[in-house]
Design a protein around this ligand. Structure first.
Ligand SMILES: [Zn+2]
Length: 78
């Protein structure tokens, strides 16, 4: 399954969602200028990706639920 990720994942705060290239303190450090959230840059990016993936799947599930009733509870391959 393909999930579209935006460009600024590495600059987005997993805590408050603020995106700023200054949030990326260094290659390995993330520090949000807005909420002060600090994390390993890779950890933060992983969290952002998870959140985006979750939101994507949730919106998909929502749309599917609107257009058709899901009888099968197995895979929902697109
Ligand atoms: Zn933040």
């Amino acid at each position: 399954m393909k999930v579209k990720h935006g460009k600024a994942i590495e600059q987005q705060c997993a805590q408050c969602g603020d995106t700023d290239k200054k949030n990326r303190k260094s290659q390995s450090e993330f520090l949000c200028l807005k909420c002060g959230h600090t994390d390993n840059a890779d950890n933060n990016a992983t969290k952002v990706i998870k959140q985006r993936t979750f939101e994507y799947l949730r919106s998909k599930a929502f749309l599917n639920g609107k257009t058709k009733r899901k009888k099968e509870t197995g895979n929902v391959n697109q």
